[in-house]
Design a protein around this ligand. Sequence first.
Ligand SMILES: C[S@@+](CC[C@H](N)C(=O)[O-])C[C@H]1O[C@@H](n2cnc3c(N)ncnc32)[C@H](O)[C@@H]1O
Length: 270
Amino acid sequence: MGETRGAAWRRRLYHIARHPLLWSRYLYVRELRKRDVLFEVNPRFRDWGPMYHVARPALERLTGASRAQLDGYFGELAPIHAELLRSVAGLPSAGAMMQAPLLYVLVRAGRPGIVVETGVSSGYSARLILEALEKNGTGRLWSIGIEKLAMGAIDDARSERLKGRSIGWLVPDRLRARWELRVGPSEELLARVLEEEARPLGLFIHDSLHLYDRMYAEYTLARPKLLPGGWLLSHDIHNNLAWPEFLARAPLAGDEELDHDLGAVRIPPG
Ligand SMILES: C[S@@+](CC[C@H](N)C(=O)[O-])C[C@H]1O[C@@H](n2cnc3c(N)ncnc32)[C@H](O)[C@@H]1O
């Protein structure tokens, strides 16, 4: 079940108590001025700890891993976070899925062999998934996205900083051997990728166009391809009713919400 109203307030208060100044600035820029933000302005980028703390019980239920195991996987992220703080903090986050570090923990704990995600901007989620696959020593990621960074309202000087960068630029060469980037709309590519290439599917993540029909269509294509015990994830589950309606009709029970807006459900094991 998605977050209850009480849980949502506890989560917000927990985050704000950890970083009151960062959250004040972020909410001012993002919610009041409706501007895109730099990575460093997003409290979920500056400190991955609160997000992990909030999501850990759900990750335990989704993966069956113990708290100590999950803490170990989360601990592995320290050098990756330090490198990203050095290299991208001053750049526009361009729609990056801020919960991507949670994908790292999920992939380390669940060890899916084949992962498919839709929606690629700078490739923050792809980077974290690929780091986990690399650490697992096995697995491949298919990312499907159109050649367009997710930029909204941001001043010209700042958007200049991403000029000339293609989608997925955050994925370094050392991780590309495990990566299949397919450029084009998921309407055209997803069915074929799932049918012919990315099999057997262990984990599917929607993060492309967050409109009801696209979301529902992607879940519908991915669900029958997922292995028993695999995971179906979706970002922006509060944009419309596609996620809850799909889960009800599938039916799929036991869904979780990972630190707001990232829905996750496990396919029943065989
Ligand atoms: C929220 S962003 C994805 C962010 C990505 N997960 C990351 O961390 O970099 C959504 C992306 O989906 C892309 N997109 C929009 N419509 C699409 C479609 N029909 N098929 C595939 N990608 C699409 C947009 O260009 C945008 O870059």
